[in-house]
Design a protein around this ligand. Structure first.
Ligand code: UD1
Length: 339
């Protein structure tokens, strides 16, 4: 049973490939390597003993996507990660974001229809909820208008899948709305490797602890939260990867309640930036210079998931503790920097 993982050399993609292989799935990766390295394949192989098949091309190219489906004619399901994902950059490069993220999805859906590949799991985000009026957020929580073109591509991609599934009974999609994925594989062979200055909190923390960055800036301490810093639901990347395998199983075993479904994938617990920083220092026994600065524009105050529905329907639950996760993030950073 072959699974196509687009963006499979990326951060969440690579961890998902490992979990798929651990469950006996045969994997083919498509990635254009725009934000990842080919060496990830070696490290996946070191972990699982199996080297996934790999094709390098851009899924927004329709002809190449079509040729791919012609060549790989035994694919049972797709997990679609390949997309641009930087919130700030998406404001500057909105057309690139729309073209890349929307067209890739449409090309894949077209290929699914033409080549009879019935199932797709899509990488969505809790960003579709904006700042929710009521917390925690369930799948019933209304979506809000996106704060950035990046966020809007996630909302539009969800709508494209919903509409396409409505008129195509032979196509099944599940959107997983991730909260904040962090951490790395316990072997420290794969993890998050941002290019340039990290935008996200945990890579910034680990790079600061490793001496690459002078100091962490905490964006805002006057939010309406317990300690004034913003609150998120941080989910371990391996737990998140396992949620994808479970979603694939759900579709292959025809357990879906409708041919388009969406689930929150979080832990159900909120941590403030300050709590996370302090936990990182304590767990890893490292020094970390930080200072509080003004809010980052576009940030929401707080969000965390109600995972009841996803836990029940998928039979999946986040298992790792925040301590384990922050320790894995630091182990990975040290390995990458040779510390
Ligand atoms: C956002 C999106 C998420 C998207 C991700 C991609 C929301 C709710 N989430 O996550 O869907 O996948 O971007 O980049 O829209 N922080 C600092 N200092 C730093 C970096 C971050 O204090 O140097 C703070 C932020 O202000 C925020 C928290 O840490 O409160 C988490 O930030 P980050 O890791 O960037 O993720 P989100 O912005 O939550």
């Amino acid at each position: 049973m072959q699974i196509l993982v687009t963006g499979g050399t990326g951060y969440i993609g690579s961890h998902t490939v490992v979990e798929l292989q651990n469950q006996g799935y045969d994997v083919v990766i498509v990635d254009n390597l725009s934000n990842s390295q080919i060496e990830v394949l070696d490290n996946i192989e070191k972990i699982t003993g199996i080297r996934p098949a790999f094709e390098q091309f851009d899924l927004s190219e329709r002809d190449k996507t079509d040729a791919f489906f012609k060549k790989y004619n035994n694919i049972s399901a797709i997990i679609h990660f390949a997309a641009f994902k930087a919130v700030g950059e998406s404001v500057q490069k909105s057309l690139e974001y729309y073209r890349n993220n929307l067209v890739s999805l449409m090309n894949l859906l077209e290929g699914m229809k033409k080549y009879s590949v019935p199932h797709m799991v899509f990488s969505s985000s809790c960003t579709v909820y904006g700042q929710p009026d009521v917390l925690p957020v369930t799948e019933e929580t209304p979506r809000k208008e996106a704060e950035s073109p990046y966020g809007n591509t996630k909302a539009i991609c969800e709508d494209i899948m919903r509409d396409y599934c409505k008129s195509n009974e032979d196509i099944n999609c599940i959107a997983l709305r991730y909260f904040n994925p962090i951490g790395a594989h316990e072997t420290a062979l794969i993890g998050e490797l941002p290019v340039g200055v990290p935008n996200n909190l945990v890579p910034f923390i680990t790079q600061t602890a490793a001496g690459l960055r002078e100091e962490l800036s905490i964006f805002g301490d006057n939010y309406n939260t317990e300690d004034g810093t913003a609150v998120r639901d941080y989910i371990n990347v391996v737990d998140l990867a396992k949620a994808h395998v479970v979603a694939i199983d759900r579709m292959l075993k025809e357990k879906q309640k409708a041919n388009y479904e969406y689930f929150n994938v979080g832990t159900g617990e909120g941590y403030s930036v300050m709590q996370l920083v302090k936990a990182f220092i304590e767990v890893n026994k490292v020094d970390l210079k930080y200072k509080v600065v003004g809010r980052r524009s576009g940030d929401i105050e707080k969000i965390w998931a109600d995972t009841t529905y996803g836990n029940k329907e998928l039979g999946w639950k986040a298992e790792k503790t925040i301590e384990e996760t922050l320790s894995s993030a630091w182990k990975w950073e040290k390995k990458v920097r040779g510390l």
